[in-house]
Design a protein around this ligand. Structure first.
Ligand SMILES: N[C@@H](CCC(=O)N[C@@H](CS)C(=O)NCC(=O)O)C(=O)O
Length: 209
């Protein structure tokens, strides 16, 4: 299979970390969403990453759909998320908060990179959403009992939150320092120390023109 996208994207990175933790081999195409838009469009008309091209040529789009397939390949006993019930819903909720946080952070990046005049209303709204989600995640993280979000085993929520925090530091250092959260900082350090995270680490470069 072929993973398209750069590791500075929190969405691409969460997929890449899962691929590594599952031990699934993949070819890597570090195509840029803007500079390589035409190449990405051959597989995904949305021109978005991550895009995962399966061996038969089928292209999966959106990190949730891609991880759903990888979980199926890994099987229920190895999957990084519960297969059903309240545990699955709770894990998906944390993942959705983390990826929603990334949507807002990416949106702010594009707002600043692409518009001559940045919208103060949109900026303030995104910053409030980012701050509120970080606070909610911090509270949940501080209350957890085990080493990871839902016990002693790392799962998709851990990966999604850690990838979001790395993107926050890279893309919005000012917001990151205004939103320092000790439990989340500890969580990020714990995840970043794992080889699967270190192997797919890339400093953000914004090329949105
Ligand atoms: N919901 C998608 C979001 C993916 C996403 O926003 N990717 C960004 C890169 S970080 C992208 O492709 N941006 C280009 C665009 O939206 O035009 C997912 O979870 O995969």
């Amino acid at each position: 299979m072929i993973l398209i996208g750069q590791y500075d994207s929190p969405f691409v990175r969460r997929v890449a970390v899962a691929l590594r933790l599952y031990g699934i081999a993949y070819e890597y195409r570090p195509w840029s969403t803007f500079g390589d838009g035409d190449r990405i469009a051959q597989f995904n008309p949305l021109r978005r990453v991550p895009t995962l091209v399966l061996d038969g040529g089928e292209a999966l789009i959106d990190s949730f759909a891609i991880l759903d397939h990888l979980d199926e390949l890994a099987g229920p006993s190895r999957a990084l998320i519960a297969s059903s019930g309240p545990e699955r819903r709770a894990a998906l909720r944390v993942c959705a908060l983390a990826t929603g946080l990334c949507d807002k952070m990416v949106s702010l990046v594009y707002e600043r990179a692409l518009h001559e005049t940045v919208s103060p209303a949109w900026t303030v709204r995104c910053e409030i959403q980012i701050g509120d989600v970080l606070e909610a995640l911090e509270n949940e993280c501080a209350r957890r009992a085990g080493a990871f979000w839902f016990g002693d085993r790392l799962g998709h929520p851990d990966i999604a939150v850690a990838c979001a925090l790395r993107f926050l530091d890279d893309a919005h250092p000012g917001l990151a320092s205004r939103n320092r959260r000790p439990a989340l900082a500890d969580h990020a350090a714990r995840c970043e120390a794992i080889e699967a995270f270190a192997a797919v680490s890339q400093t953000l470069s914004v090329t949105a023109r």
